[in-house]
Design a protein around this ligand. Sequence first.
Ligand code: PAN
Ligand code: ZN
Length: 194
Amino acid sequence: MTNGPSTALVQAGTIRPEDFGNHITRRLSSMKGQYLDQTAYERMLGQEDSLLYEVYELLRPEKEGELLSGLSIVHPGKVGNEYFMTKGHFHEVLETAEIYLCLSGRGMMVMETPEGDWSVKELTPGVSLYVPPRWAHRSVNTGASEDLVTYFIYPAHAGHDYGTIETRGFRKLVTEGADGPQIIDNPKWVEAAV
Ligand code: PAN
Ligand code: ZN
């Protein structure tokens, strides 16, 4: 597991850890209710509150006109059959987009809109992904042993709505099947109250 931004980047000298003002770490305990296999989740948590992912972000004023950018690093692992993933969110200002560039590792971006559209796109090194306004997004590390490292840029005033996903979940989940990663319906997905 890495303790900082991907070594490739650091060696290239393009992005240095000291450039980032914000370092966010998310552990298993912050993902309560998000993984399908609750028994596996509780069992894992009883052993260790594992580090699932980290975000390094450049500190800029959170106002219109500014951009926030940084690295998202999802570590490899699974809870039951479900891969380590980010919490995922809508932007509080729903009409704001985001660009992701996959730097290393392998994974998927799970996305959906409040209107019911969904999409899952593969992330491999060099893939650039445009997340349009209104689309919630979550990155999933489907690699066996490598970190999934992405570089992201989004409008600084976007804000994060985590509550909607915490309550409802995503419509689709990515689990390990017999032939590798598979997209399944989330049986626990909750339709929004009208
Ligand atoms: C990213 C995400 C980052 C971590 O910077 O915040 O990948 O995911 P969660 O925020 O869902 O925990 C982004 O999409 N910012 O808007
Ligand atoms: Zn976002």
